[in-house]
Design a protein around this ligand. Structure first.
Ligand code: NDP
Length: 489
């Protein structure tokens, strides 16, 4: 670190100074031939890449994952082949709706994206701190996110847009309930759970598939801010969560999470009360208990934020042998959208950036493109099949089939059972929350809904209260009272 290095141009030429431009006479003008000046200004102009449309504000850390329990009956993934196996990980935490400079204690879901650098390639579990999501179809995603961003005219955040959308999409109710509980304002990133949220699958050595949900349970315990504390910190310490993670890891107080899974067989899936591939629903723990898998510890802050955190790119499509996807519609949409976003933001070769690079060599026939820095396949053939190279396709990596017995159609008139948006949010309110949590949730909702304005105000409030009412009468009537709204269910 302290070893002196020579200042150089980007092309490596040692350079003799760094402050005064080359001029005609001591008072100027500056000469066009001062190449080092141009290089410095031109590079500065290009320092920003597009910020992520969602999850722009974030932080990250490297760490390790260790397998503590045998789950080989469910998966043949090499990572899980032996208790004691370890693997390096990189985790990026984030808020969702705000810009890159926004405050860390905003009421928002938190991104919880984990990259496992396994010997069979990178496995990205790209989740949130909530087990469910606002919508279950990717076609709604751009509309939903627009409501979380800024009003096209005023350029202000708009409670009217948010509650208009939520009230027109009752499937959002479960996530709205979690968001407006104090878990919507976690105390930094160490004291919250992470969830894969989607239903994924696992495939074992006999090529049998089960459906799986992933849970990262914080071993620091859940800690949240109430609304007033979170609001205060937005101004006092907008980088609270970033600072908290960096300081904890630098003090060697390494945060840890227990990875657990829920498992459902295909027979159970067919009989499940809800659609098991609907991301607005959880699988009750009583029916599908958590199974211990391993421990993740974060113990290394990247030396350079931009290099590793800003350039990190996760994709739910990145599963490895022994793990698989599912028909979950939102997952299917994310399989496309994430790599597409990375290609736009970082370029076609984004997986060559060190933080995204798998630990074992990549062999395929993709070539060229911007910033191709990994040798581009050298002199190996760039077409397949060919008579010259030594890349083989290994049939052992083939996944078992997934049976489909459906007609292709736009199922916009989905069946009734899938549209129970109310039981689980009601259970959360009645069975899980204590009296204080209930009171805070109600008051947080009242505060946020008080921001609804404009000619549709009463309709939006009425529509949303009707959803709350279907989940829990006490919840709805208390919110109506707080809003001084004459709600007739
Ligand atoms: P359980 O009583 O077995 O579990 C309740 C779960 O809720 C725990 O995982 C707990 O996390 C979590 N939790 C507590 N407070 C909140 C909150 N304000 N927001 C979000 N999660 C919270 O219940 P069931 O499995 O029978 O499910 C009942 C309800 O609990 C569900 O309808 C759902 O709303 C919620 N829930 C269920 C999860 C699941 O996968 N089954 C996961 C998360 C929430 P912790 O143990 O870390 O305190």
């Amino acid at each position: 670190m302290n070893k002196k290095k020579k200042l150089t141009t980007a092309s490596g030429r040692p350079y003799f100074e760094n402050e005064d431009s080359m001029t005609a006479g001591p008072r100027g003008p500056i000469l066009l031939q001062d190449y080092y000046l141009h290089e410095k200004l031109a590079h500065f102009n290009r320092e920003r890449i597009p910020e992520r449309v969602v999850h722009a504000k974030g932080t990250g850390a490297f760490g390790t994952f260790k397998v503590t329990h045998d789950i080989t009956q469910y998966t043949k993934a090499k990572l899980f082949s032996k208790v004691g196996n370890t693997c390096r990980v990189f985790v990026r935490f984030s808020t969702v709706g705000g810009e890159k400079g926004s405050a860390d204690t905003e009421r928002d879901p938190r991104g919880f994206a984990v990259k496992f650098y396994t010997e069979d390639g990178n496995w990205d579990l790209v989740g949130n701190n909530t087990p469910v999501f606002f919508i279950k179809d990717p076609k709604k995603f751009p509309d939903f996110i627009h409501t979380q961003k800024r009003d096209p005219k005023t350029n202000l955040k708009s409670p009217t847009m948010m509650w208009d959308f939520w009230s027109l999409n009752p499937e959002s109710l479960h996530q709205v309930m979690i968001l407006f509980s104090d878990r919507g304002t976690p105390d930094g990133y160490r004291f919250m759970n992470g969830y894969g949220s989607h239903t994924f699958s696992m495939i074992n050595g006999k090529n049998e598939r089960v459906w799986v949900k992933f849970h990262f349970k914080t071993l620091q315990g859940n800690k949240t801010f109430n609304n007033a504390e979170a609001e205060l910190l937005k101004g006092k310490d907008p980088d609270y969560a970033q600072r908290d993670l960096v300081q904890a890891i630098e003090a060697k107080d390494f945060p840890k999470w227990a990875l657990k899974i829920q498992v459902m067989t295909d027979e159970q899936a067919k009989k499940f009360r809800w659609n098991p591939f609907d991301i607005t629903k959880v699988w009750p723990h009583g029916d599908y208990p958590l199974i211990e898998v391993g421990i993740m510890e974060l113990n290394e802050i990247p030396l350079n934020y931009y290099a590793d955190v800003e350039q990190s790119a996760f994709a739910p499509a990145h599963v490895v042998d022994g793990l698989g996807l599912s028909p979950d519609k939102l997952l299917q949409g994310r399989i496309l959208a994430y790599p597409d976003a990375h290609r736009y933001r970082l370029g076609a070769n984004y997986e060559q950036i060190p933080v995204n690079r798998p630990v074992h060599p990549v062999s395929n026939y993709q070539r060229d493109g911007f910033m191709n820095v990994e040798g581009n396949g050298a002199d190996n053939p760039n077409y397949f099949p060919n008579s010259f190279d030594n890349i083989v396709t290994d049939k052992n990596y083939k996944e078992p089939s997934m049976k489909l017995d459906s007609d292709i159609a736009d199922y916009y008139d989905r069946n009734e059972k899938d549209d129970d948006h109310f039981t689980q949010p009601g259970d959360l309110f009645r069975k899980v929350m204590n009296e204080k949590e209930k009171a805070n949730t109600i008051s947080n909702i009242i505060g946020a809904m008080s921001g609804i304005t404009g000619p549709e105000k009463d309709n939006i409030i009425h529509r949303q209260l009707s959803h709350f009412y279907k989940a829990d009468k006490e919840l709805a009537m208390n919110i109506a009272k707080g809003l001084k709204f004459n709600f007739k269910p």
